[in-house]
Write a protein that binds this ligand. Structure first.
Ligand SMILES: NC(=O)c1ccc[n+]([C@@H]2O[C@H](COP(=O)([O-])OP(=O)(O)OC[C@H]3O[C@@H](n4cnc5c(N)ncnc54)[C@H](OP(=O)(O)O)[C@@H]3O)[C@@H](O)[C@H]2O)c1
Length: 320
């Protein structure tokens, strides 16, 4: 099996590449991204003859066409992902997250790719930000393709916050703590669905095995409260750094929604996952009372949060 990962030099793309390089049925992993230095670092880190890095921009379909030849599966991870940046530069988000996604879908279909898995976000459900809206449109583009009855299977995974991924809140907080700067916190009561990079890679693998036309998969995730996350990090790094509350930023919301009520009504409960079905005829409908929101799930306690954070490679490296 030949796999292509757009954005394969990013935190999640790299995690997926690591997992699939161990799979003996995978003959090649092709990473498409723009920055040659990140590709150089990835080659050094993964050190595998199965890895091929291709410079390309998903905004330019020509740079994708050649790379897609002979590919069986595409994981589409390349995107802009920062909520506050999206509010300042919506056009750029449209070009990458929407038009870029259309290019990826077009090229994959033209090349006869068997399955395309879009990486989406909980911010797409009842979107309040440019990021969420552009990823929501990307999901709808995926569903529209699925309805066209193409030979390529299009599906998606909707992710919560991936712990310690590049540019995410935990590396920012750790940086402040280690540099003895005040810790800026938007709102201590803010809650987020959280999963590790390893959980994320397993989730992507699950979607590869089970995805049918138009499916959006949602993983049932642990919820963390941001005030508790900060307390746990202060305990881990023995910090007494002061906390500065700065309030919610533009586009951000206090609680996240992994699947809204309407979507749940057309979902199948698969144990650790929900499958939101595009054909609206799930085998086992989910009993729905409300959205699947981080507001409705008990957050991890301080002890539990600290345990999860201490288990992350990123935290282990920062403590070394
Ligand atoms: N991290 C999270 O917490 C989280 C949560 C929910 C959903 N997701 C989704 O998961 C996906 C991956 O996230 P991540 O955390 O791994 O992001 P990341 O670490 O920022 O990586 C993004 C990747 O996309 C590439 N890229 C960006 N624009 C590109 C373009 N125009 N053409 C080609 N490559 C491009 C980047 O490489 P270059 O800059 O070198 O091009 C990089 O490899 C995204 O779709 C994101 O929306 C992430």
């Amino acid at each position: 099996m030949k796999i292509l990962i757009t954005g394969g030099t990013g935190s999640i793309g790299e995690g997926a590449a690591r997992l699939f390089l161990k799979d003996h049925t995978v003959s090649q992993i092709i990473v498409v991204s723009r920055d040659e230095f990140k590709q150089h670092q990835l080659r050094l880190k993964l050190a595998s003859p199965k890895l091929r890095c291709v410079l390309g921009d998903i905004r330019d379909s020509k740079s994708l066409q050649k790379a897609m030849r002979g590919v069986d599966v595409v994981f589409h991870a390349a995107a802009f992902k920062h909520v506050d940046v999206g509010e300042q530069a919506p056009e750029e988000f449209v070009k990458t997250n929407i038009l870029g996604t259309m290019n990826v879908f077009d090229c994959a279909e033209a090349a006869g790719v068997k399955k395309v898995i879009l990486l989406s976000t909980d911010k797409a459900a009842h979107a309040t930000s440019v990021l969420g809206m552009t990823k929501g449109i990307a999901e709808r583009l995926m569903i529209a393709r699925a309805h066209e009855k193409t030979k390529t299977v299009f599906c998606a995974v909707r992710l919560g916050n991936v712990l310690a991924s590049r540019g995410s809140v935990i590396p920012l907080l750790v940086h402040a703590i280690k540099n003895k700067k005040p810790i800026t916190l938007t709102d201590p009561k803010m809650t987020r669905f959280m999963l590790s990079i390893d959980e994320c890679s397993q989730f992507i693998k699950f979607a590869l095995q089970h995805g049918t036309q138009g499916d959006i998969f949602v993983k049932k995730c642990a919820v963390m409260e941001m005030g508790i996350v900060v307390e746990a990090l202060r305990a881990i790094f023995h910090s007494r750094a002061p906390i500065k509350i700065i309030g919610r930023r533009a586009g951000e919301r206090t609680h996240e929604i992994l699947a809204n009520e309407t979507e749940l009504m057309q979902s199948e409960d698969m144990g650790d996952y929900f499958r939101i079905s595009a054909n609206q005829k799930p085998q086992q409908r989910v009993r729905v009372e409300t959205d699947y929101s981080s507001h409705h799930i008990k957050p991890l306690s301080l002890v539990q949060t600290e345990k999860v954070l201490r288990s992350l490679d990123y935290i282990i490296d920062e403590l070394a």
